[in-house]
Design a protein around this ligand. Sequence first.
Ligand code: ACO
Length: 180
Amino acid sequence: MSSTPNSQLKLLFSPELIPNAVKEALPSDLYVRPLARDDYNRGHLEVLKVLSVVTDPGLESYQAHFDSMLPSSSADPTKAQTYYVISIVSKQTDKVVATGTVFIERKFLRGLGSVGHIEDIAVSKDMQGKKLGLRVIHTLIAISEKVGCYKTILNCSDENIPFYEKCGFKKKENEMAKYA
Ligand code: ACO
């Protein structure tokens, strides 16, 4: 099986936001693009299982969820888009091997500024340690900055701090959580 060209896919956002430097840094058998509406069939949820519990919603609900993340067609896409999810895909198997999200929080402070929140970074077990996590983070930071965020932040476990430091982050403040 070989990968499906971007032109035949329904993508979550414009692929132009993905920096060429990341595309060029990937091994030749992998490519990076926005999440596609049928990445359910490419194992997107399987990859997320390295991170947390994933309950399979089925293709129809997955695609309805994808559609709910799209801006309305009349809106300026750089202002209306909130969720940017990316997939790194194997050209040979057409399977997702790494993924990550940055969502955009729009504020009233800092001159109506925006903050990018990085979430749900996952690299499939057999592909870890090959700089794919780093490429995912560099892509999400670039998107966050291109859409005008004045900072990009994330929460992580203590054991992942060295990884995020290598990606250019510095530890600041604390996380508080209240589960429902
Ligand atoms: N501790 C110390 N260093 C690390 C760690 C770690 N846990 N993970 C990676 N690194 C280092 C690597 O050695 C490498 O260093 P180098 O440049 O000196 O060689 C550098 O960080 C880049 O590593 P990558 O190869 O890009 O890491 P990888 O592709 O394995 O991705 C990730 C890292 C995302 C943590 C992956 O291992 C993973 O999916 N883990 C399980 C899920 C997870 O914990 N996700 C992050 C949750 S936090 C969030 O989502 C905001």
